[in-house]
Write a protein that binds this ligand. Structure first.
Ligand SMILES: C[S@@+](CC[C@H](N)C(=O)[O-])C[C@H]1O[C@@H](n2cnc3c(N)ncnc32)[C@H](O)[C@@H]1O
Length: 255
C-alpha cells in the first residue's frame, strides 16, 4: 500500500460535513487541516470544492484543482455509445466487448472506453486516485443522460492489478495498460498538469514489465499498451500499433 505521509493532507474548507473529510484523512492515514499552515510539510491536498473532490498542489490552491473530469473529450460525440472510430477504438479491436483498464489513473481513457459502450472494469492501485475516481464515478452516475439510459458507472477495484487480474473469474477480451513511463526530458512543457502531479506523487511504475506479463497471460484476446511515442514497446514486437498524438497504442494479440 502506498504511503502518503509528508506528501498529502486533507484540507477542510467548510464544504460539507467535516466528518467526511476526517474519514477520508483516516482512510488515507494523512492529516486533516482546517486551514493552511504555512510550514506544513505536505505539498498536495485533497479537498471538496464545488461538489467535487479535488487534488491541489500549493500552486493550484487558489486556482481550481484537479478532478476526475467526467465530461466528454473535445470532439467526442455526446450521444451514447459514441462511435468507435479513433486510434484507441482501433487498438481495442472490433470484436472486443469487455475491457479491463488496469491502470485507471485519472480515468480519462476509461471514461472514453466507457462512453464508446464497452463493458469496463477499472483497477487503480493508488488509494488517493481511487478516492478521486469514486467521487468522479459517483458524479457520473448522477448525470441525467446516465439516468435516462439506466447506465451504471464502471466498477472500480482498488489494488495492484498484478494481483487482481489473476483473480478475475472471466478473462476480459482486452486488458488496457497505460503505466507511467519515465519522461523524455526532466520537464516537458507538453506534459499535462494532471500527469505531472501524478508522477510527483506516485513516481514511475517500475513494475510495468511484470504487469504486462500478467496481462498477457490473463487477457482473453488482446493487450493494448499506451505509451509515449519515444518509448520502446513494453513487450517484444507488437502485433499492431496505432499512432495517436504523441502517443502510440501497441496491440498484442493472443494466438
Ligand atoms: C499514467 S497513469 C494512467 C492514466 C489514465 N490512462 C488516464 O487516462 O487518466 C498510470 C496509473 O496507473 C496506476 N498503476 C500503475 N501500475 C498499476 C498496477 N500494477 N495496478 C494498479 N494500478 C496501477 C498508477 O497508480 C497511475 O494512477
Amino acid at each position: 500500500m502506498q504511503k502518503y505521509s509528508g506528501k498529502l493532507a486533507v484540507l477542510y474548507q467548510g464544504v460539507g460535513d467535516i466528518q467526511e473529510s476526517q474519514a477520508l484523512a483516516d482512510r488515507l492515514a494523512v492529516p486533516l487541516y482546517e486551514s493552511l499552515v504555512n510550514d506544513c510539510p505536505e505539498s498536495f491536498f485533497l479537498s471538496w470544492r464545488e461538489g467535487c473532490l479535488k487534488l491541489l498542489d500549493k500552486e493550484l490552491l487558489k486556482k481550481g484543482g484537479l478532478v476526475v473530469d467526467i465530461s466528454p473529450r473535445n470532439g467526442e460525440q455526446r450521444s451514447w455509445p459514441a462511435p468507435k472510430q479513433d486510434a484507441l477504438a482501433q487498438a481495442l479491436g472490433r470484436k472486443t466487448k469487455t475491457v479491463v483498464d488496469a491502470t485507471t489513473g485519472w480515468g480519462q481513457d476509461s471514461l472514453h472506453i466507457f462512453r464508446m459502450g464497452y463493458e469496463l472494469l477499472c483497477i487503480e492501485r493508488s488509494q488517493m486516485m481511487a478516492e478521486l475516481l469514486v467521487d468522479g464515478f459517483n458524479r457520473l452516475t448522477e448525470e441525467e443522460w446516465m439516468r435516462k439510459l439506466n447506465l451504471k458507472a464502471p466498477k472500480l477495484l482498488w489494488g495492484n492489478a498484478i494481483e487482481l487480474l489473476q483473480t478475475l473469474d472471466v478473462p476480459p477480451d482486452c486488458i488496457y495498460l497505460d503505466p507511467m513511463f519515465p519522461p523524455k526530458r526532466k520537464k516537458s512543457a507538453l506534459a499535462k498538469k494532471s500527469m505531472v502531479v501524478l508522477r510527483d506523487l506516485l513516481g514511475d511504475d517500475q513494475d510495468k514489465d511484470r504487469l504486462f506479463e500478467v496481462a498477457l497471460n490473463v487477457a482473453g484476446k488482446r493487450v493494448v499498451v499506451k505509451s509515449p511515442d519515444y518509448a520502446e514497446p513494453l513487450g517484444e514486437k507488437p502485433s499492431e500499433s496505432y499512432q495517436g498524438k504523441l502517443i502510440r497504442y501497441d496491440v498484442y494479440l493472443k494466438s
